[in-house]
Design a protein around this ligand. Structure first.
Ligand SMILES: Nc1ncnc2c1ncn2[C@@H]1O[C@H](COP(=O)(O)OS(=O)(=O)O)[C@@H](OP(=O)(O)O)[C@H]1O
Ligand SMILES: Nc1ncnc2c1ncn2[C@@H]1O[C@H](COP(=O)(O)OP(=O)(O)O)[C@@H](O)[C@H]1O
Length: 300
């Protein structure tokens, strides 16, 4: 009997396979190639399969790096060939995943898929220069430092450009490289359970969506915050005098003046900081983070 495995086996799956094998050999084939394991990493798929079948005497667990292709029919026929090459005469038992999991399997699934504040998270502020991204990011980081609930990392636009992205320009290509680097680092930190607060301009919709995908593929919660303070207000603030210089033609490709900012249509939170204090502007961000389980504690 041969069992192709793409996700955790339930007790009922194992029982069905054992009954069908009627004392004969059982071969569990973990499909570990790209796109095959369902919601698990390849090593975790092997571990849960070993745990689910630990009590079986005549069972073997092997891993086959068969990757998912474009069509279901092709995937099925490749799988069929693979199974037949390992066990030419064997009947195939397909698991349903329905039923209960053994405690050892559940423990692995829990560790692989952390929930609540154990789960990594990326809070990504985007908006024009002077919109309030750094101020709100700092306020959020201070809030979390005060509650002591989670470990945090800040990836602020200006700071990243002095370190990780030193030497990059403000061309569209370099901005994209800059944001992808932020996304990659953020996803790696979040993969290990950290809370990452990013605050670059990130003017392009497609790059922001890529960053969301990177974070979510790392198993993290992603929250996009559009700091939607209008250009007129950012320009009125002109804290660094950059808008005046951009208007005077001294800074080329300045966001909002001579370089585009694509407003996000997929932001979880939108805040306009015009005429509001910082705590008021941060409130909807905190509400979203509490609602998503990223934070649970309140500052006193
Ligand atoms: N041409 C041009 N356009 C926009 N911004 C400019 C430019 N040149 C320098 N600066 C300063 O760089 C900060 C933005 O850097 P980012 O890395 O966040 O930008 S981007 O996401 O790569 O588009 C931005 O900082 P913030 O004001 O904190 O947003 C500016 O101070
Ligand atoms: N409610 C608010 N939230 C955030 N910033 C505000 C608010 N009201 C006024 N500001 C001011 O706006 C400016 C925003 O600057 P900054 O946070 O550096 O923006 P960015 O990082 O988007 O360039 C700061 O001088 C800040 O004090």
């Amino acid at each position: 009997m041969v069992v192709p495995v793409r996700s955790a086996l339930s007790e009922q799956d194992v029982e069905r396979a054992t009954t069908a094998a009627a004392g004969g050999q059982l071969l569990f084939v973990c499909l570990t190639g790209h796109g095959m394991p369902d919601g698990l990493s390849a090593p975790a798929l092997i571990r849960v399969t070993r745990a689910a079948t630990a009590d079986l005497r005549s069972a073997h667990v092997i891993a086959v790096p068969l990757a998912r292709h474009d069509g279901e029919a092709l995937d099925e026929s490749m799988l069929d060939q693979v199974l037949r090459s390992y066990a030419p005469e064997a009947e195939v038992v397909r698991p349903t995943g329905e039923g209960d999991y053994r405690e050892t399997v559940r423990a692995i699934l829990r560790a692989e898929n952390p929930q609540g504040t154990d789960r990594g998270a990326v809070v990504f502020f985007t908006g024009l220069s002077g919109s309030g991204k750094s101020t709100l990011a700092t306020a959020l980081l201070n809030h979390v430092a005060e509650t002591g609930e989670r470990k945090t990392t800040s990836l602020d636009g200006d700071v990243v450009r002095r370190n990780l992205s030193k030497g990059l320009t403000f061309s569209a290509e370099d901005r994209e490289t800059n944001i992808r680097r932020i996304g990659w680092v953020a996803a790696e930190i979040a993969r290990h359970g950290g809370l990452v607060v990013c605050s670059p301009i990130a003017p392009f919709d497609s790059t922001r969506r890529d960053v969301r995908r990177m974070a979510e593929d790392a198993g993290a919660t992603f929250v996009l915050v559009h700091v939607a303070t209008p250009l007129e207000e950012c320009e009125r603030r002109d804290r660094k005098g950059l808008y005046a210089r951009a208007r005077a033609g001294e800074i080329p490709e300045f966001t909002g003046i001579s370089s585009p900012y694509e407003e996000p249509a997929d932001a979880e939170v939108v805040v306009d900081t015009t005429g509001t204090d910082i705590a008021t502007a941060l409130a909807p961000v905190l509400a979203e983070l509490h609602q998503r389980g990223v934070l649970t504690r309140s500052a006193d």
